[in-house]
Design a protein around this ligand. Structure first.
Ligand code: ARG
Ligand code: ZN
Length: 873
């Protein structure tokens, strides 16, 4: 069945309160659900009460104390339908389920011998019968009964109101959540967990009890998560005036989790990957991931929980907004331009392809088969870009006014993206109706810029034209394009716009914000003495592809002099891309490969620039990924890109070996690990240098040495990564040593699997098969599956796309296998196959066959079916 946004109807029944009792047992958990319900017809006078429920056994059903018999209701695989005649009544439902057998990791399941839940989006209906929709808000009270020796800790949402021992070695706890919430925010955790505790004093003077629960062996890896939580709480107070609202905030880390984490009210459940860290086990990327995911889930308490979504088509209301908030937080904690560049890289390498492929959907999808398939880069990351557009247009203060009004109007409600937009508009007394098009039109907009300079009139005309999927968009988008000017000597220039353009642009510091609202629009600048260099799309002011008329000379000026860090980086990328594109042509004409001189020159000047922030330097010296190069072509010249990418790295390594080595050595510090901006930047640049250096065989010893130092996981892993592409005795020895050191630490062991799955080695298929057969490989653990199969499909571009098609076959077989174990994980693995139409005819056929073999499988889950059938359509 396909669900449509246009079919939305409010519920005729409300659930005023719910009392849940869980009698936990691995194979026979009994759930008693007592709901106080009212009939309050909204759309129609239909009295049927249709409750969602799946994969559970109905034991009893009572209305106002009367036991119903089978004639009193309809029951099928998905619904329990009743016809109550009263306007207010108590409905009691008793069901049974088997968490031990639940490998889908949705609903109530077991992980490392503990119980936990994941209800978003529609998992609550696998726990009990309910109106499983986010616009039904209720007060939850949860009683948990369990064996005490196995489950010392019993947790649910809200505040603990009662706990005591019971006969037969059991005990219980009762939790009450004073805030109304939709059932997707429900959580339960039980097991033998250790905790660290801290407190946070809110700006209104309340003391909040902060707790992080982990498996006992991980208790030494919680400090960074706790520090991140406290920073998040403080930041949300300072930036948005948002204060935490319960007396306790709990985070539980579990090893088996489908996604990153979940914002359940007062009781977040996290993939342990986003909690556990110490310098020996976690990289800088891990530390940053933890800080930002902790923040993300914490920020959801207001953007998601206090104000929630009316229906699942509004997912970006909470996710786009909360990602935007966590991006801003990370920028403030570390570096605003570095964070912006990293986010743009991620958007381009993951969201742009999604928006150009068969799964393209607007940030507000209009339909779905399986909601879990729409927790996408588009809903999250493009959604965050669209939220950012409001801040770009309204300024930070205007955006804050809109947020204030949003909470003032909608606290305690389940609302829509229109409600958010209206709050932004009304708080600032502006018309934002044109922003609607961003929510309903899919695809990455392309804006083409053209300039015309009239030397006689001294005017510069900048024409911007927008297209969507090659056409004039149905409704033109509102696209803010931030630009700046400079001379060819790099000196800033101040140009004045002509008066008639006053409404369509705004001055922003040393930049102009152009507001493109028409399919095509001209912006005229006057008294322009000489033709300037134009810095386009500063700060990546809109999630678009901008085609500029800038050629190599302009890119060189921008790369060296622009005041905007994003455009400096972008110009380096453009030069690298130009170099590789001419390489691809040369390769295709069987000409020798060369570096583009202007790229080599820019690379040299970045490397030598001692005033440049080290993180920005590291980013500027990193080549665009092969997949980003591939995105520039309609039919991907895979072999050519691979050869040119190799060549470019090699040629840079040879040409700049002295400077790279010098930089590498100057960054060798003998200090204990600190998660701090400057130290992170040093490690980042050092490891970028190492990557180039290791292209020369004589330098492999440097990597071995760095590996053996064991200073911190960032350096160890970077060294191991460069070694993994070489099948030498040293490389094998290091991999073996790493395994010896870390085989008992599942998160570190994931890294060992990932590195090998990503290795650029000739017999990669044999290597993947070996990893799949390794005793430590587990199909039931999503992190482990992702570390081999996710990495192989997404990051080992060359290995996965071997011309023989064996990579495709392997992935298809594994998807079929996982379909029966964990459909959400299976469906995520399909993505690399879905872009089959972009490849050459040989690969196209093989990829399609792999997809067809999945589609032909019996008992295909909705999750996998939706992705595969859309890919083949
Ligand atoms: N709301 C969670 C977050 O953004 C993601 C949960 C998604 N889970 C799922 N099974 N679809 O942090
Ligand atoms: Zn989220």
């Amino acid at each position: 069945v396909t669900h449509y946004l246009k079919d939305y109807q409010p519920s005729n029944y409300q659930i005023d309160s719910i009392e849940l009792t869980f009698d936990l047992d691995p194979l026979a958990t009994r759930v008693t659900n007592v709901m106080q319900m009212t009939f309050s017809p909204n759309a129609s006078d239909d009295r049927r009460l249709v409750l969602n429920g799946q994969k559970i056994t109905l034991l009893e059903c009572w209305i106002n104390g009367n036991l119903l018999s089978a004639e009193d209701y309809d029951l099928d695989d998905e619904f329990l339908t009743l016809s109550p005649s009263l306007d207010a009544f108590e409905l009691k439902i008793v069901t049974q389920c088997a968490p031990q057998n639940n490998t889908s990791l949705e609903g109530l399941y077991r992980t490392s011998g503990n119980y936990c839940t994941q209800c978003e989006a529609l998992g609550f209906q696998t726990i009990t019968y309910y109106l499983d929709r986010p616009d039904v808000l209720s007060f939850f009270t949860t009683k948990i009964i369990a064996d005490k020796s196995q489950n010392a800790v019993l947790l649910s949402n809200g505040n603990l109101v009662e706990a005591s021992d019971l006969p037969d070695g059991k005990h219980y706890a009762v939790w009450h959540d004073p805030f109304k919430k939709p059932c997707y925010l429900f959580a339960l955790v039980a097991g033998n967990l250790s905790l660290i505790q801290d407190t946070y004093q809110t700006m209104d003077g309340r003391l909040v009890d902060l707790r992080i629960y982990v498996e006992p062996q991980n208790i030494d890896k919680c400090d960074h998560a706790m520090a991140s939580l406290k920073k998040s709480m403080q930041w949300d107070e300072e930036r948005y005036g948002l204060v935490y609202d319960l007396d306790i905030y709990m985070i539980v880390a579990v090893d088996d989790f489908n996604m990153g984490a979940m914002e359940n009210k007062g009781l977040n459940v996290f993939n342990s990957k986003f909690v556990l860290a110490k310098p020996e086990t976690a990289t800088d990327v891990d530390y940053e991931g933890i800080e930002s995911v902790i923040a993300h889930e914490y920020f959801h308490n207001w953007t998601g929980n206090r104000v929630t979504c009316r229906d699942w088509f509004q997912l970006t209301l909470k996710e786009g907004l909360t990602v935007f908030r966590d991006q801003e937080f990370t920028g403030d904690m570390l570096s605003i331009p570095v964070k912006r560049i990293e986010d743009v890289k991620r958007l381009r390498s993951n969201q742009f392809p999604e928006d150009a492929g068969p799964m393209a959907h607007p940030i507000q999808p209009q339909s779905y088969i399986e909601m879990n398939n729409f927790y996408t880069m588009t809903v999250y990351e493009k959604g965050a870009e669209v939220v950012r557009l409001y801040q770009t247009l309204l300024g930070r203060d205007g955006f804050r006014k809109g947020m204030d009004l949003y909470f003032q109007r909608h606290d305690g409600q389940a609302v829509t993206v229109e409600d958010f937009r209206n709050a932004m508009a009304d708080a600032n007394h502006v018309d934002l109706s044109q922003m609607q098009a961003w929510y309903v039109q899919e695809g990455t907009p392309v804006v083409t810029a053209k300039t015309h300079y009239d030397a006689k009139l001294q005017t510069l005309t900048l024409s911007l034209e927008q297209t969507l999927k090659g056409k004039v968009p149905q409704q033109p988008l509102m696209i803010p394009v931030l630009i700046g000017f400079m001379g060819y000597d790099g000196q800033p220039l101040t140009l004045m716009p002509s008066v008639q353009d006053k409404n369509s642009l705004e001055e922003r510091g040393d930049s102009w914000l152009l507001k493109l609202t028409e399919p095509k629009q001209d912006f005229i600048f006057e008294q322009v003495a000489t033709y300037p260099v134009i810095s386009y799309l500063r700060d990546f002011s809109a999630p678009i592809i901008l085609k500029t008329p800038n050629a190599l000379p302009e890119l060189e000026v921008l790369a060296q002099y622009d005041s905007n860090a994003f455009v400096r980086w972008e110009s380096m990328q453009a030069l690298a891309l130009a170099s590789m594109e001419q390489g691809v042509s040369a390769y295709q004409q069987q000409q020798p490969l060369t570096l583009l001189p202007s790229f080599a020159a820019a690379f040299a000047s970045v490397l030598a620039d001692s005033s440049l922030d080290l993180s920005l330097k590291a980013l500027a010296l990193t080549l665009p990924e092969m997949t980003y190069v591939a995105d520039q072509y309609t039919e991907i010249p895979l072999e050519a890109i691979q050869a040119v990418h190799q060549f470019t790295q090699q040629a840079l390594a040879e040409k700049f070996s002295q400077a790279l080595l010098q930089t590498y050595e100057s960054l060798q510090v003998n200090e204990p690990y600190r998660y701090e901006k400057q130290a992170i930047a040093q490690r980042k640049l050092k490891n970028v240098c190492l990557k180039y250096l290791a292209k020369l065989p004589q330098n492999l010893a440097i990597a071995v040495n760095q590996f053996e130092q064991k200073s911190n996981m960032t350096d160890v892993l970077s060294a191991l990564e460069v070694l993994s592409h070489h099948q030498t005795a040293d490389s094998a020895k290091c991999l073996q040593a790493f395994y010896q050191d870390w085989s008992k630490d599942s998160l570190v062991l994931d890294k060992w699997f990932s590195i090998q799955a990503a290795a650029q080695v000739p017999d990669i298929l044999a290597q993947i098969n070996q990893l799949l057969q390794h005793p430590d490989f587990k199909y039931t653990n999503p992190n482990r599956v992702r570390s081999v199969l996710g990495v192989f499909g997404r990051l080992n571009w060359v290995g996965f796309h071997q011309a023989s098609g064996t990579g495709y076959q392997l992935l298809a077989e594994q998807v079929i296998k996982l379909n029966g174990i964990n459909p959400q994980i299976a469906s995520r693995l399909v993505a690399p196959l879905s872009h089959w139409k972009r490849y050459d005819s040989g690969r196209r056929l093989l990829m399609r066959q792999a997809l067809e073999s999945i589609l032909a499988t019996e008992n295909l889950s909705k999750d996998v079916y939706e992705i595969v059938s859309r890919s083949l359509a």
